[in-house]
Design a protein around this ligand. Structure first.
Ligand SMILES: Nc1ncnc2c1ncn2[C@@H]1O[C@H](COP(=O)(O)OP(=O)(O)OP(=O)(O)O)[C@@H](O)[C@H]1O
Ligand SMILES: [Mg+2]
Length: 229
């Protein structure tokens, strides 16, 4: 569904992504791993179009989108949940969700969102900034889901979140995977979680893909070499 080829991305003079490649098949969960600062978020931002590459190609369903602006990529079916959530603190939960609808031009929030995250329904009128960190993460995922993306980019959704809410987020990822209508690119540090939800993995080191494969090839050796701090 999404193909990234030889992607090179720099901040000013400092090159961060080096000939990165990636494939996300429709309906599959692909995990992206790597130590802090290796370029995972930079790759996510390049896929949604917040950063534009020096070279390489990004293709969605066979159509090149390398230079397309983020709003067009959102309209073509890519949803993005940024690292650190970035919900709008002074808008209510409902308003945050309505903003997500801008991507698809939909008119109302689909009720499935509240099946996935019941807590959001009980807090529709509350300001986003008054939610707990875990609730904000659920809101950020809900905001990305309201437009019905075909590919969801999730950048460290479990970072700083308590175990009970991590469980709920994992359940949502599993449910999406079982339905098979949406692909997910998940940046995740917890190995057990990756092994539980992923179909395949990529590991980055110093801005390049260092290891990849089906998730059963995520061996202890790979973990020791590229992920242990
Ligand atoms: N706006 C920016 N300007 C300059 N350098 C940046 C910018 N954003 C990130 N970098 C640098 O690019 C490199 C990759 O950062 P990135 O955020 O992609 O890493 P990451 O793998 O997501 O790390 P983490 O696991 O900590 O989230 C780092 O060296 C970082 O300091
Ligand atoms: Mg990051």
């Amino acid at each position: 569904m999404l193909t990234v080829e030889k992607l090179n991305v720099s901040y000013g003079d400092s090159q961060v992504l080096r000939d990165v490649h990636l494939q996300i098949p429709a309906g599959k969960v692909v995990c992206l791993m790597g130590r802090n600062g290796v370029g995972k978020t930079t790759l996510m931002k390049s896929i949604i179009g917040l950063l534009s590459p020096r070279g390489g190609r990004v293709t969605l369903n066979g159509e090149e989108i390398t230079q397309a602006p983020p709003y067009l990529r959102a309209r073509k079916g890519i949803g993005y949940v940024p690292q650190g959530r970035e919900i709008l603190p002074y808008l209510t939960v409902e308003e945050n969700l309505l903003i997500g609808l801008e991507a698809s031009g939909g008119k109302s929030i689909p009720s499935e969102i509240f099946d996935l995250f019941p807590v959001l329904k009980t807090m529709l009128g509350r300001r986003g900034g008054d939610l707990s960190g875990g609730q904000q993460q659920q809101l950020a995922i809900g905001r990305a889901l309201v437009s019905g993306p075909r590919l969801l980019l999730l950048d460290e959704p479990t970072e700083g979140i308590q175990p009970s809410i991590i469980k709920e987020i994992v359940a949502v990822i599993r449910r999406i995977r079982t339905e098979g209508k949406m692909a997910i690119l998940l940046v995740e540090q917890y190995l057990s979680l990756v092994r539980e939800v992923a179909d395949s993995f990529y590991v980055m080191e110093k801005g390049a893909i260092a290891a990849e494969g089906p998730v059963d090839r995520l061996t202890d050796e790979v973990v020791r070499r590229y992920l242990t701090v």
